[in-house]
Unconditional design. Structure first.
Length: 486
DNA sequence: AAACAGACCAACCGCAACTAT
DNA sequence: GATAGTTGCGGTTGGTCTGTT
């Protein structure tokens, strides 16, 4: 039951001729709109009467005006839309319309089993850690928010093209349905995840009891149409690659003080990686944000000490032609390989070759990650560690010395590697266990992967998100995927 | 065929957090 | 530090579609 909005139809791909016609029509409409807007502005100035903003469903012409506005000015500053285009919609409504319907690379249609499971996992973690769908691994590992942000890179590709609203609606509907049916909201593997989040010091072999989980899944009413369970284990395995890479060589690793507040970690993360052109708050490639800067921004909004503690550019390529941030590069603007790699984050590095996007240069990605690793080895400045110890210190009792926070970070990292490294050291056996167990339970399931390799099987971790068409749009890596989970 | 209920989804609202001035 | 503007998130509502009776 897929219903396409007028806006979706507006953005649907078509022939070049049609595109030209559309473009011309849009241009014409834009001029008319601009003229109307100017006239309206004059009238408003004269009358000084507040304009009655329109509510309710959007029309195609309104969509066209909004799309054209974003095409010209980029995302952000939504309240200017009404002023610049004459669109009788409040900025909030414009943002919502763009985000949920007009934005390119939106994924419509029903959720796949992979996505459903991921949503359950993400929701389960948010149930224990607060709002904003935090990374599931944060609760499992209790690592610093810095790591939270790194791991968010992985999560960002899990549900590409899905909007908050879409996920929210799905979740509300699904939970209502399941509760009405007397079934548990979370699938068994997510319940296990919740249990493990309490124990924290879980080990990989705790994930290997696939048959028991599948039995529980059947008992709980989850059908065999979903993929093999324990994708969480694969996520952990895939994530551990990222973690291990970033932390190599492990003894020298030193994570900076937690730079971001616990809430909305991913918004911060997106800012960290995006390049600015329009948005005032974005980070330009020539002025990369050091975590310490951000830590100073925590609470006080100050970026003192930025000059002496600048993070080296993630990649030399990031000095290349300036690319627009989110809204603009979605309009098929080329992206430097390193930028594309950054957009892909660690997850892209974990993609099997046949799943990697053509623009994702493995070497540049590796280089970027190495630079990132080097950057996070930089000791946080006193100001940063003192003022921005922030989340970590609060998590561990708050107000502690920097040294104390560092010790906690060490503990966190011990926990992290204690869990992660065995995943890498013994992936084959575990994969075999997982695979065989799953196959026995899902022998009729066409979605069962033909070969399970914990070290590289990101397809399982990201579900449908790992396909090339989901990751890229006509050769452009989807930066919007970095801004949120959907 | 009509009426009804449930599901789905777009849109709005209120609040909180963040940022710039 | 105060304030206004901007943005994001979660809850909620109302319209539309679909399946059932």
């Amino acid at each position: 039951m897929e219903r396409r909005s007028p806006g979706a139809a507006l953005l649907a791909s078509s022939s070049p001729e049609e595109e030209e016609e559309k473009s011309a029509a849009a241009e014409e409409g834009r001029h008319a709109a601009m003229a109307a807007a100017e006239q309206q502005q004059e009238e408003e100035d004269e009358a000084a009467v507040p304009v009655a903003l329109k509510k309710g469903p959007w029309t195609t012409s309104e969509d066209a005006m909004l799309v054209d506005h974003v095409r010209r000015h980029g995302e952000g500053n939504w309240n200017a839309v009404q002023r610049l285009t004459g669109l009788l919609r409040c900025g909030k409504s414009c943002r919502l319309r763009w985000t949920n319907h007009l934005r390119p690379n939106l994924k419509k249609g029903s959720f796949s089993p992979d996505e459903e499971l991921l949503i359950a996992q993400l929701h389960a973690s948010s149930a224990t850690s607060g709002p904003a769908w935090p990374p599931i691994l944060l609760q499992l590992l209790d690592v610093t928010d810095w790591w939270c942000c790194v791991l968010s890179c992985l999560r960002s590709v899990q549900l590409p093209g899905r909007t908050d609203n879409e996920i929210k609606n799905y979740w509300n509907t699904m939970t209502k349905r399941r509760q009405r049916a007397g079934l548990p909201v979370y699938p068994p593997e997510v319940q296990l995840q919740l249990a493990l989040s309490n124990s924290k010091r879980c080990r990989f072999d705790e994930f290997s009891n696939v048959q028991a989980l599948d039995a529980a899944a059947s008992a709980a009413g989850y059908t065999s149409s979903r993929p093999a369970p324990l994708d969480l284990a694969r996520q952990l395995a895939a994530t551990s690659q990222m973690v291990q890479f970033l932390s190599s060589p492990p003894p020298a690793f030193s994570a900076p003080a937690s730079p971001w507040p616990a809430a909305r970690p991913f918004a911060r993360n997106a800012q960290f990686f995006q390049f600015a052109a329009h948005h005032s708050s974005a980070v330009s490639p020539s002025t990369p944000m050091h975590p310490a800067d951000l830590s100073l921004g925590y609470g006080g909004g100050v970026r003192a000490g930025a000059e002496q503690s600048r993070l080296a550019p993630l990649s030399p390529a990031s000095h290349g032609p300036r690319v627009l941030e989110l809204p603009s590069n979605q309009f098929l603007q080329p992206m430097p390989p390193a930028s594309a790699a950054a957009a892909g984050g660690g997850a892209a590095a974990l993609l099997p070759d046949h799943h990697q996007h053509q623009n994702l240069n493995a070497e540049s990605l590796e280089k970027m990650l190495q630079e990132l690793h080097d950057a996070i080895k930089v000791d946080p400045s006193p100001a940063a560690s003192g003022g921005g110890g922030g989340v970590l210190e609060r998590r561990h009792g708050g107000g502690g010395e920097n040294k104390s926070g560092g010790q906690h970070r060490d503990d966190d990292m011990d926990t992290l590697f204690d869990m992660m490294i065995p995943t890498l050291n013994a992936p084959a056996a575990a994969a075999t266990t997982n695979h065989s167990g799953s196959t026995s339970q899902h022998s009729n399931d066409d979605q069962e992967p033909s070969a399970v390799d914990l070290a590289v099987d990101l397809q399982a971790t990201g579900g449908a998100s790992s396909s090339a068409q989901d990751w890229g749009l006509d050769g452009v890596c989807q930066w919007s995927n970095m801004s949120r989970i959907c």
